[in-house]
Ligand binder design. Structure first.
Ligand code: SF4
Ligand code: SF4
Ligand code: SF4
Length: 775
């Protein structure tokens, strides 16, 4: 029975431990869209539309195996005026909170911010697209994608058919975020594990909201629908034709950029104006049109803006420098803000006519326009005018001026001390005084243009501009190829890789996501991708990581996208799209459970996650400092049973999920026995101190209890081979992952046996044929 949009069922059943409800076969109808529809595609599972505590039992299973490890950066709490409270050395706050729960609360708050961000973004998209196309606009991803929304099916228990259905999913997301955030208020939740369970819930909602947003934009803008041959498009500073007017879009929301492309197309001006982007908007506009160009990832934002190449900068939402207005105005360009979340103190001119706005912008150089359709014409027409002035504008010092500026440096060293990575800015200055730019060239390769060195410099030296100028001079041909974001993985691809992944013949799926705003981040992400592509892993990527991978070329001048196919198969390099499109990576793991193993998805979260944890050898890597969105993504991925490796900066979120390395317990569904097994996957979220450590962790975290001996031997081969390659020795914990002699790769038998003997290794008597932690 259905009442409106609510599923009417015994709520107590939802709160019953999963051990009791996992076999429940509840059939129900769900009202979504305008008409009540009898859904008969799959019996309803036990947890449709889970509330905050519904999956607590599953969360506690994970947290028992992977207890949170906290690294407090600050042991004060300043969240309310009852305090601030010193929580160090066992002291409690005035509200009774201890440091552990406070750390967990901070993680929850971060995840809620990230989830709200993606949900707000998806709401904006869906709302806009419904206004434009109507609630009944169909969701159709083509015949090759029948499982159109695996996250939605599993979490919500529905198959979304229209944009109107997506709106209802967002209602649910927003309700959950409100409850989750309210738990962070003074005098509410007091237990760290329950804070963690709530953070997991926020992460899952984040996954769901991203799936809604990406599906909405794929269908509405006719973006590639699982297209493994999505076009190779241009990326990099050097691909922008500066002789044309240039519009630079920054952020994550495709709507304003799509109107710019539409206006150009309607007026036959596609070849007259350059439209390019930074961050996820760049990826998404290039999914709308192959004429759009990607300048690069977030990590280079300030350098790109400082270069002065843009005539008009259009910002939408997320991951934009908050001082963007000041930076854009310094270059002489015009700034258009387009989103209610980022108004920058600007005059809202949305009510004016397009021609009036153009006049306003030419006089005032910046404005807020909340009508994205108007942005299309305004941005283009303003860019055409401003471009004429650009030849007279100079935004960077020339190389002689860099030398003169360097001579003003007192070598006080504050820049080095304030750089998050302790880069050698002072030393670059010292060399540049003699006209030697080697230090700046080195800086250009590593620096992610945060600008902290500049802010602290007592001589006000424009360090980022100096670095950008030297970089421009020494790296003239910054032109690369990336494959446009293809969207979801096709069902047929899942069918062909399901068995090899589940049994371990494909050694793993490596998902490279996030900002890569790490010293040398671009090069390192490409290095990780290359290493695992050569070893026939499936490498999946999205967002700024996808761009970073493109910014490395082999000796023939080819990027990895030109060398490897875009299919979801061994040795494939799959660019799903923007950060919203991360959902398709989780979606692929869910589809393996469903399409290959026939695990029902509908409202069946814990069983699907349990399958992924035990059988799908996938690992996520977020190589850079983490935003709140990245925290939400990683935590959401963890709840599905997928481990994540973060860079050293990731530790600043203060919580990891680490096992104590002891043997794990699972139930073998075949025999009903509870067995002690090898500790795989070893951790749920863990930091790597450097790229070598990260590379060596990946094969280990792709191991699963379900690996068959041949598959495990394959994974162990890569683990040992990589460890020897990067550290010149056998992995120091190898004995933990060899269950029996059959797990030892033939080619390494002698040396591994010798190693194991030295370690006093004993084979496991039994290991499970069908492992589960749901018992
Ligand atoms: S929330 Fe609690 S611990 Fe934090 S400042 Fe207020 S009283 Fe102190
Ligand atoms: S802070 Fe400025 S003056 Fe001091 S060493 Fe760095 S660049 Fe030179
Ligand atoms: S801009 Fe570059 S060199 Fe300066 S503080 Fe940031 S990362 Fe360090």
């Amino acid at each position: 029975m259905v009442m409106g949009n609510n599923i009417e069922m015994d709520v107590k059943k939802l709160l019953t431990p999963l051990v009791k409800m996992k076999n429940a076969n509840i059939s129900m109808s769900v009202k979504f869209g305008e008409a009540e529809e009898e859904e008969d595609w799959e019996p309803m599972g036990p947890t449709p539309k889970p509330k905050v505590p519904t999956l607590r039992h599953w969360d506690f299973k994970l947290l028992e195996r992977y207890p949170p490890f906290y690294m407090p950066i600050c042991d004060l709490c300043c969240l309310c005026t009852f305090g601030k409270c010193d929580l160090s050395r066992g002291k409690k706050g005035a509200c009774g909170l201890n440091i552990k729960a406070q750390q967990a609360r901070i993680v929850l708050i971060a995840c809620c911010i990230g989830t709200a961000c993606h949900t707000g973004h998806s709401r904006h998209l869906v709302h806009h697209l419904i206004e434009k196309l109507g609630k009944d606009y169909p969701i159709n991803l083509g015949n090759e994608i029948e499982v159109e929304a695996p996250i939605t099916r599993t979490v919500m228990g529905i198959r979304p058919k229209t944009l109107g259905d997506l709106e209802k999913i967002l209602d649910y997301c927003e309700e959950q975020i409100t409850h989750l955030l309210s738990a962070a208020h003074t005098g509410q939740e007091g237990d760290y594990l329950d804070f963690e369970s709530k953070a997991f819930h926020a992460g899952m909602i984040d996954d769901l909201a991203r799936e809604v947003g990406d599906i909405a934009q794929i269908v509405a803008y006719n973006m590639p629908k699982g297209d493994e041959d999505a076009p190779l498009i241009e990326l990099g500073f050097g691909c922008i034709d500066k002789s044309k007017p240039v519009i630079l879009c920054i952020g994550h929301n495709v709507v304003p950029g799509s109107y710019i492309l539409e206006y150009l197309e309607e007026n036959n001006m596609e070849d007259d104006v350059e439209v390019c982007g930074i961050c996820c908007t760049a990826i998404d506009i290039s999914r709308v049109s192959d004429k759009a160009k990607i300048v690069g990832p977030l990590s280079r934002q300030l350098m790109f803006v400082r270069s002065g190449v843009a005539d008009v900068v259009v910002v939408d939402e997320q991951c934009i420098r908050t001082d963007i207005l000041e930076e854009v105005l310094k270059t002489g360009a015009v700034l258009i803000a387009t989103n209610e979340k980022m108004c920058l103190g600007l005059e809202d001119v949305s009510h004016l006519s397009e021609d009036e706005i153009i006049g306003y912008l030419l006089r005032n150089r910046a404005a807020l326009i909340l009508d994205e359709e108007k942005v299309g014409k305004v941005a283009v027409e303003v860019a055409k005018i401003v471009a004429k002035e650009r030849k007279d504008r100079k935004t960077l010092p020339d190389l002689n001026e860099v030398v003169e500026l360097a001579k003003q440096c007192t070598e006080c060293g504050w820049c080095n001390r304030n750089c998050p990575n302790a880069f050698k800015v002072k030393e670059a200055m010292t060399l540049a005084k003699q006209g030697n730019f080697d230090g700046f060239v080195d800086l250009y390769k590593k620096c992610y243009s945060c600008g902290r060195c500049e802010t602290i410099c007592p001589r006000n030296l424009p360090i980022v501009s100096m670095t950008t100028k030297v970089g421009e001079a020494y790296y003239k041909d910054l032109k690369f190829k990336i494959r446009a974001g293809r969207g979801p993985i096709k069902d047929v691809e899942i069918r062909s890789v399901g068995a090899p992944i589940v049994f371990g013949d494909i050694p793993g799926v490596v998902a490279l996501v996030g900002c890569s705003n790490h010293p040398n981040g671009e090069e390192e992400v490409a290095l990780i991708a290359k290493e695992f592509l050569e070893r026939k892993y499936i490498v999946v990527t999205s967002g700024c990581a996808a761009m970073s991978i493109a910014m490395w070329k082999d000796k023939d001048g080819k990027t990895l996208y030109e060398k490897y196919p875009g299919e979801f198969r061994a040795g494939g390099l799959v660019n799903c799209g923007s950060c919203l499109s991360n959902c398709h990576i989780t979606g692929a793991a869910i589809k393996i459970a469903n399409i290959f193993a026939k695990v029902p998805l509908r409202g069946n979260y814990a069983e699907v996650a349990d399958y992924i944890l035990n059988k799908v050898g996938a690992v996520g890597v977020a190589w850079g400092a983490m935003s709140q969105k990245a925290a939400a993504i990683a935590t959401g991925v963890n709840r599905w049973g997928i481990p994540v490796i973060v860079g050293p900066h990731g530790a600043k979120y203060r919580r990891l999920y680490l096992s104590n390395g002891e043997k794990f317990k699972v139930k073998d569904k075949k025999t009903g026995e509870i067995l002690e097994i090898d500790p795989v996957p070893e951790h749920l979220i863990v930091t790597a101190e450097n790229v070598k450590e990260c590379i060596c962790m990946i094969p280990k975290l792709c191991m699963r209890p379900n690996d068959n001996p041949k598959g495990r031997a394959n994974k162990i081969y890569h683990y040992v081979d990589l460890y020897e390659k990067y550290f010149g020795k056998m992995p120091p914990d190898l004995e933990k992952f060899v269950r029996t002699e059959k797990d030892i790769p033939f080619m390494m038998k002698d040396k591994i046996m010798a190693y194991l003997e030295e370690k006093g290794w004993k084979p496991l008597e039994k290991y499970p044929q069908d492992p589960t932690i749901l018992y």
